[in-house]
Design a protein around this ligand. Structure first.
Ligand code: UCC
Length: 552
């Protein structure tokens, strides 16, 4: 008889996600959890039902139609059917609205991001425009521009698909996406409004109805303080593009359903959101939100890859038994399970802090912690997402490398996570910026202590690994404060060490709670996680900088 392999199945992502369920049991009061859970089950069923479509429609891509049949320039982007459906689902399921209705106070962000965690892998990175939409709503609210808040925010957070808008975040120019201060777009005053002139080199999800962007008002000085934050609607009342030309769609490694475009702004009518300067500073509320989305989506991508891999391991028989019974295969999957669990817990810790900040229930310590944790979580989870999805693909053997299984897309889509919204290096430097501006490492130290002080007796050795890594990071930075180049060169090692230490501490914290509830799984994850590199700092910085000099 012919031999065929059985593809992996996805039944119920919520039911299959033991960590999400135990985390929600730990952090939510029973009544809140009872109210929230049906919405998660509904979205989980939807996510499972879309699974087959994510494979069947994975070759669909957005298309730029530059001209109509009669020679008129129209610059229309036709979206994939999955993306059109995702817009409706977002509104109907309140994927943005849940955070702003704040039905569960500070816990509402946990509710919202649990929805995101379940649905994200099912809709071809539609989380990209949603992250920016959420970030735009938050930035407009923070800027307290009443006219724009009244006009745009109800649409950005709407539950009505016919009324809802999404927003872009146009920050990247030809000069690059990291050093935003050298942006070249110019803003010229036009009565009460402004007109923008320049090129935006990467604009994600360009079909959005509005965008927040940066431009330099004429006469302003160079540097980021001379940029201002602007609100732009992409089309006018007749549906014509607002002084915008779409030059082309980018041909990318992954996120191919995301219509990422290159734009020319040629007199785009714009409104200043808050003053005429300090645009970078005023867009940072958006960055905090989009970076948090990035972290949650990194965790959810890892979870999806693992669900498929573990399901497959029970179906695939090789060398006389299912892979799930092979010791080496089990150990390999356990190692990536531990990584995914650490990533999930740090991502949702950022989410908790964001929720408290917005509900105005944060302490000063929690606000300082959030400033550091958001970039650190984004950079550490972005790297883990690439490593975990790569390992998960390998666990399928050749099938993981074949396009029509739908598996390679998981890795391609993960590869953007360490790039957009700040690369690993840029965010490592942002962690240093946060330390310099805030209270140094104290907020992180308190967080490590909070997690480890009640560590279960069986996890004391594991807790010691986290403590030692943190102490090493603390002494490394303390003894190099005056050596700017050494600190900059080591910023990534330092930030990754802190990020992985916090992940381990959070794993121990969760595992200690779980052990009290007869669940040994997360203690096992903490132990396995602690065997992977946590402390990446070296005291021998000069050897590395000398080597880098020779090799560069
Ligand atoms: O990638 C993009 C869109 C992709 C789609 C989104 C999908 C998301 C998830 C989906 C999941 C599936 S748009 C491009 C994103 N670009 C970036 O993220 C920029 C990366 N570059 C940086 O982050 C840089 O560090 C810059 C641009 C912030 C550096 O700017 P400056 O102006 O050179 O730096 P300064 O002078 O240090 O900062 C200016 C001000 C300061 O405030 P003041 O003036 O009071 O001292 C800083 O403290 O901004 C403040 N600031 C911050 N505040 C800078 N960074 C932060 C921060 N992270 N938090 C709070």
């Amino acid at each position: 008889m012919a031999f065929f392999q059985t593809p992996p199945q996805l039944s119920d992502p919520f039911e299959q996600d033991a960590l999400l369920r135990s985390y929600l049991t730990r952090v939510l009061p029973d009544d809140a959890r009872r109210e929230i859970e049906p919405t998660l089950r509904e979205v989980s069923a939807l996510s499972a039902s879309l699974f087959a479509r994510t494979i069947a429609e994975q070759d669909e891509e957005p298309r730029l139609v530059s001209w109509d049949a009669w020679g008129n320039r129209i610059d229309r982007i036709d979206l994939t059917s999955m993306w059109r459906d995702a817009a409706r689902i977002t509104a109907e399921k309140g994927v943005i609205a849940t955070a702003y209705e704040r039905k569960h106070g500070a816990l509402s962000r946990i509710h919202q991001f649990s929805l995101v965690h379940l649905i994200e892998p099912a809709w071809h990175v539609y989380s990209c425009p949603l992250a920016m939409t959420d970030g735009a709503a938050r930035s407009l609210i923070t800027a307290k521009n009443k006219a724009l808040v009244d006009h745009a925010v109800p649409r950005l957070i709407s539950r009505n698909p016919d009324h809802a808008w999404t927003s872009g975040q146009w920050m990247t120019e030809r000069t690059g996406g990291s050093d935003v201060a050298i942006s070249q777009t110019v803003a010229k005053r036009d009565g009460d409004h402004w007109q923008l002139f320049g090129t935006k080199w990467f604009t994600s999800a360009t079909t959005s109805q509005m965008a927040l962007t940066l431009a330099r008002p004429e006469g302003n000085p160079p540097g980021s303080s001379g940029l201002a934050l602007f609100y732009v609607e992409t089309r006018d009342e007749q549906g014509k593009l607002n002084g915008i030309q779409i030059n082309r769609l980018k041909d990318k490694l992954g996120t191919r359903m995301v219509p990422t475009a290159e734009l020319t702004l040629d007199g785009a009518r714009a409104t200043a959101v808050i003053g005429e300067r300090d645009g970078v500073k005023h867009i940072t509320p958006m960055l905090a939100i989009t970076r948090t989305w990035n972290s949650v989506c990194a965790a959810s991508g890892m979870r999806r890859a693992l669900m498929l891999s573990s399901d497959y391991s029970r179906r695939r028989v090789a060398f006389g038994a299912p892979l799930a019974q092979k010791p080496l295969h089990r150990e390999t999957l356990a190692a990536i399970e531990a990584e995914a669990a650490g990533a999930f817990l740090i991502a949702f810790r950022s989410v908790e802090l964001l929720g408290k900040d917005e509900a105005d229930t944060s302490s000063d310590h929690e606000r300082a912690l959030m400033r550091l944790l958001v970039p650190m979580t984004k950079l550490v989870t972005g790297k883990q997402a690439v490593a975990v999805t790569s390992e998960a693909l390998e666990s399928f053997g050749g099938a993981g490398y074949v396009e029509d299984t739908g598996l390679p897309r998981l890795l391609r889509d993960a590869q953007v996570l360490p790039i957009w919204e700040g690369t690993t290096n840029v965010l490592s430097l942002d962690v240093l910026r946060g330390l310099a501006k805030g209270g140094g490492l104290e907020p992180l130290e308190r967080e490590v202590d909070r997690c480890l002080q009640h560590a279960h007796v069986s996890l004391r050795e594991t807790a010691e690994i986290a403590r030692q890594a943190f102490t090493h990071a603390k002494s490394w930075i303390a003894t190099r404060m005056d050596k700017r180049e050494i600190v900059e060169a080591g910023a990534r090692r330092f930030a990754l060490t802190l990020g992985r230490t916090i992940e381990l501490a959070l794993l121990i914290d969760h595992a200690t709670w779980a052990l009290d509830h007869n669940d040994k799984r997360w203690a096992a994850a903490a132990k396995i996680f602690s065997r992977a590199p946590i402390d990446m700092i070296t005291n021998d910085d000069n050897t590395l900088t000398d080597a880098a000099d020779l090799l560069s």
